[in-house]
Design a protein around this ligand. Structure first.
Ligand code: G1P
Length: 296
């Protein structure tokens, strides 16, 4: 039987330069999509997928992330005294279990592979998930699973390593990691190759690595030695490619929508989509959106 996936790594050390000046003093992961920080949305997705322990690989000026997942004593006290029960309950409901979050720092921006490697001691010798907070996923219906849960389901079936993928227009593939497709079983397929940020026109498919992974711990010794790749950075994709020489990798086509909040357009799209799916604001927001669209 496959070992269960209990831990997830969230690389959150990036500077967020595309969102300056908003990210001058606020980590990009703390920008809000409707009423929750981006990072809270992806932690919710991880918890839904059965993750018990979240490992954040942070950097300088990211301390507010740790505060976000801690008790806010003064705030809770004021809400209690003012009778704001609903708001207080909402805060308490998001509070993680004691001891279920770890924080470690990536001291230099050496790449995603290096960030994941920084979590090696906290993960230990068990398979784990990697969740890239830039990519916000939304299930295709209220009862459907988000992306990481679909990856865990594929892992339970196939074992080995799993990568979520998403179709993009061919002109976009050079911005991402791209996989080659082998034998296909419904939404899942064998990955026969991968390449990080292929030059335009050279991608093996239009299926990009979309920010959710299940990896075996054998990735860590590879990450320690892997040479710098695309952009002069230590790339997770290069290490996975090396691991694929001896372990199976399956791709999962996510049945839902993904918004790349690493770009301003993706972030704006996420806000519109999540607002339309949020019962508190959807009705009024739809009317507002219609009136705005009418003016175009
Ligand atoms: C990283 C990965 C890439 C993946 C992308 C998804 O790239 O290296 O394979 O497709 O995330 O967002 P980055 O966005 O850090 O350049």
């Amino acid at each position: 039987m496959n070992k269960s996936i209990r831990k997830a790594v969230f690389p959150v050390a990036g500077l967020g330069t595309r969102f300056l000046p908003a990210t001058k003093s606020i980590p990009k992961e703390m920008l809000t999509v409707v009423d929750r920080p981006i990072l809270q949305h992806v932690v919710d997705e991880a918890h839904e997928a059965g993750i018990e322990h979240c490992v954040f690989v942070t950097g300088r000026n990211k301390a507010v992330i740790e505060d976000h997942f801690d008790t806010a004593y003064e705030l809770e006290d004021v809400l209690l005294k003012r009778g704001k029960t609903q708001e207080r309950q909402a805060l308490l409901a998001d509070l993680p279990k004691p001891g279920s979050m770890s924080f470690t720092r990536q001291q230099a921006p050496l790449g995603l592979g290096h960030a994941v490697w920084c979590a090696r001691d906290i993960i230990g010798d068990e398979p784990f998930a990697v969740v890239l907070p830039d990519m916000l996923t939304m299930a295709c219906g209220p009862k459907k699973e988000r992306c990481l849960a679909q990856c865990v389901a594929a892992y339970e079936k196939h074992g080995g390593n799993i990568i979520a993928v998403e179709e993009v227009p061919p002109a976009e593939t050079h911005k991402y990691g791209v996989v080659s497709v082998g034998k296909t079983y419904g939404d899942t397929f064998e990955i026969t190759g991968m390449v990080e940020k292929p030059p335009q026109g050279s991608a093996p498919s239009n299926l990009i690595i979309s920010g959710r992974y299940i990896l075996s711990p054998e990735i860590f010794p590879i990450l320690e030695k892997v040479a710098k790749g695309a952009g002069g950075e230590i790339q997770l994709t290069d290490a996975m490619k090396a691991l694929a020489a001896r372990q199976a990798f399956h791709g999962v086509r996510f049945d839902g929508s993904t918004y790349d909040c690493g770009s301003r357009l993706g972030f704006l799209g996420a806000n519109v989509a999540f607002a339309l799916a949020n019962p508190d604001v959807a009705g009024e927001f739809r009317a507002l959106l219609k009136s705005l669209v009418g003016k175009l």
